[in-house]
Design a protein around this ligand. Structure first.
Ligand SMILES: [Zn+2]
Length: 334
C-alpha cells in the first residue's frame, strides 16, 4: 500500500487553542505525523500537482486569506498565532472585511484553529498527499494512504475549523470526479462529524457522504451531523449521518459502518475516500468511544472487502503514544 507524506506538513505548529473555555496546548501536534510515520515504515513525498485541484473545492478568496492572514495579523501588531475571537452571526448587510479580526471570524468557525506563518505550506502539503494517494489509485493501486496532517474534514469551501484548513477528503473526491469517475463516495469514520465535507457536497448527487461519529448533541461540532441531515436539492439522500453515543465499542461501531457501506454500495461509486480518524480509540484524550487497536484492522477489512479502489486520508487521533499502532492496525486491514 503506497503511503504519502511531505516533510513541510510538520511545520504547522500552533502553540495554543481555546478549548472548553481555557487556552490549552494545541492537540493537533506535528508529533502525530512523526509517530505514524515510524509505525508505518515511512512514506513517499507526494508529487506537487499545484493549486488547481485545491481551488476545485475551495473558494479563491478563502485561499488568499489563508496565505495572507499571518502577515496581516503581524501587521496589526499582534504576536503569536492568528486566532479569531468574534464571529459574524448577524448578516444584515455586506460584511466589512478590511480588518484582520473580521476576516478571522469570517473564514473560521471556531477558536481551536490558529493560523501560523507555516499553516498554508503545511496544509498545501497535506492536500498534495491526498492528491498523490488518489492518483496512485488511478494508476491501479487497490488502496493508498495520505498521511494528511493538518487534517481536513472540518474545513468547508470557504472556512477553517477543527484543526482543519484544506479539506483533503473533498479534494481527493473532486479530483476523482474530474478524472472521470461519475460517482464517488466518502466514508468518514473519525470520532467527530466531518461538517466541512458534508457542507461541500450537501447539494450534490455525484458525491455520497456517509459518516459514523459521536452524537453532535454531546460532541463537537454540535451544529452538524444529526441523523436528519440528508442533503438538499440534487444531493437529497446523498448524505448519511450515523451518530453514536459515548462509550461505543466495536460491535455497535461496526453495525453503523456496515449501514454506511450498504448505503454506499447502493449508490455505486467508482472510488471510495475514507476519512480515517483514530480519535475513536478508547484512550483518546478529547473523545469518548471505546475502540481498541486491533478493532481498526477489522473495520478496515470490512471496508476493503467491499472492493472499491480506496483512498484513505488521515483525520484526527490525539493519543500520540498509541496513534502509530492504531493507524498501522487500520492500514493492515487493506
Ligand atoms: Zn476527530
Amino acid at each position: 500500500m503506497r503511503r504519502f507524506f511531505a516533510p513541510v506538513q510538520l511545520t504547522h505548529a500552533p502553540a495554543r487553542e481555546l478549548h472548553n473555555g481555557s487556552f490549552v496546548a494545541y492537540a493537533e501536534v506535528p508529533a502525530r505525523a512523526e509517530t505514524i510515520l515510524r509505525a508505518i515504515g515511512g512514506a513517499e513525498a507526494p508529487e506537487d500537482r499545484g493549486e488547481a485541484p485545491i481551488a476545485a473545492v475551495h473558494a479563491p478568496d478563502y485561499l488568499a486569506f489563508l496565505k495572507e492572514a499571518p502577515a496581516r495579523w503581524a501587521a496589526a501588531g499582534r504576536s503569536g498565532d492568528a486566532i479569531p475571537y468574534t464571529f459574524p452571526v448577524v448578516g444584515r448587510r455586506a460584511l466589512r472585511l478590511d480588518r484582520i479580526d473580521a476576516l478571522m471570524g469570517r473564514y473560521g468557525f471556531d477558536a481551536t484553529t490558529p493560523i501560523t506563518a507555516d499553516t498554508w505550506a503545511a496544509a498545501y502539503g497535506s492536500a498534495q498527499t491526498a492528491l498523490a494517494a488518489t492518483h496512485a489509485v488511478f494508476g491501479g493501486e487497490r488502496a493508498a494512504f495520505a498521511l494528511g496532517r493538518p487534517p481536513g474534514h472540518h474545513a468547508g469551501a470557504d472556512y477553517c475549523g477543527g484543526y482543519c484548513h484544506l479539506n483533503t477528503a473533498a479534494i481527493a473526491a473532486q479530483a476523482a470526479r474530474d478524472a472521470g469517475h461519475p460517482r464517488v463516495a466518502i466514508l468518514d469514520i473519525d470520532y467527530h462529524h466531518g461538517n466541512g465535507t458534508q457542507d461541500i457536497f450537501w447539494d450534490r448527487g455525484d458525491v455520497f457522504y456517509a459518516s459514523v461519529h459521536a452524537d453532535p448533541a454531546t460532541d463537537y461540532p454540535f451544529y452538524w451531523g444529526h441523523a436528519d441531515e440528508t442533503g438538499e436539492g440534487e444531493g437529497r439522500g446523498a448524505t448519511l449521518n450515523l451518530p453514536l453515543p459515548h462509550g461505543t465499542r466495536l460491535d455497535a461501531f461496526r453495525v453503523a459502518q456496515s449501514r454506511a457501506l450498504d448505503a454506499i454500495s447502493r449508490f455505486g461509486p467508482g472510488l471510495l475516500v475514507v476519512s480515517f480518524g483514530a480519535d475513536t480509540w478508547q484512550g483518546d484524550p478529547i473523545s469518548r468511544f471505546s475502540l481498541t487497536t486491533s478493532d481498526y484492522a477489522l473495520l478496515a477489512r470490512d471496508i476493503a472487502g467491499a472492493g472499491w479502489p480506496t483512498v484513505v486520508v488521515m483525520e484526527g487521533g490525539y493519543a500520540v503514544d498509541a496513534l502509530g499502532a492504531n493507524v498501522a492496525s487500520f492500514l493492515s486491514g487493506f
